[in-house]
Design a protein around this ligand. Sequence first.
Ligand code: CO
Ligand code: CO
Length: 300
Amino acid sequence: MIIGPGDDAGVYALDKDHYIVETVDIITPVVNDPFTFGAISATNSLSDIYAMGGKPLTALAIVGFSPCDYGTTLVKEILRGAMTVLQKSGTALMGGHSFEDTELKFGLAVTGIIQKDKVLRAQGAKPEDIIILTKPVGTGVLSTALKGGKITDKDMEQAVSRMLTLNDTASEAALKAGANSATDVTGFGLLGHAHNMVKGSSVDFELSCRNVPVFDRVRELIAQGIAPEGAYNNLKFLEGSIDSKDISEEEMLVLADPQTSGGLLITLPENSLSVFKETGVEFSVIGKVTQGAGNIKLKP
Ligand code: CO
Ligand code: CO
């Protein structure tokens, strides 16, 4: 075993040049349409492989559903959606398992491959690195608002299209640009995953809130008091490890919002930013790495 629990995925040495990389992720619906849910969940499950610098090879599907509430047509639609993403990413579906559950759940266990010298670890950021993020945040707030009837499917379109964007090209761009560290932003929110990248290390992250890309309507919904419980839990978990004295509670909820199929959070030397730019992958520069003691400092 090369990398165990604590990073985005586990890494195991296969031979002297190749590692296999393994991960599993299961989520509850974030949109109303089952086909789209299947496709988003598959994109989300593949993300940890890309966050490690790997390429997915095979996947196993995991479905939890209540046969009293849903028929097999719904499960077939979810799988059909997932298959489109697996085909696009060149991943073979090898089988899977379903079980009875009161709440609908779907996800994949994925196995991928990485070349030995191309592993992207969550930790490894160096002082002077710049920090970039490849997708806006706010999917947790939006799907909470959708479930509560506060917004329509149409209002979700921008976020859905980004949740359906694979992190494959972002991963390749990070490798090409010689990134020092990378992770994907998912359930712990931008702040939680940033914390994981610095904790116990000798660097700090300085994040500039105004440069963090946020989906339309997210700030407005938070101002109305709409935020998922997970955002509050994330903030509670991070208490004491973030310097946020000039930041409003609403802004903190944006930054801690749990993401589904979020973007890659990458640190790389400033002089290789042009290499990343040339790849055409969308990104925002959201901060910089300094010498430190594993803290996160937020600036307005
Ligand atoms: Co991850
Ligand atoms: Co994960």
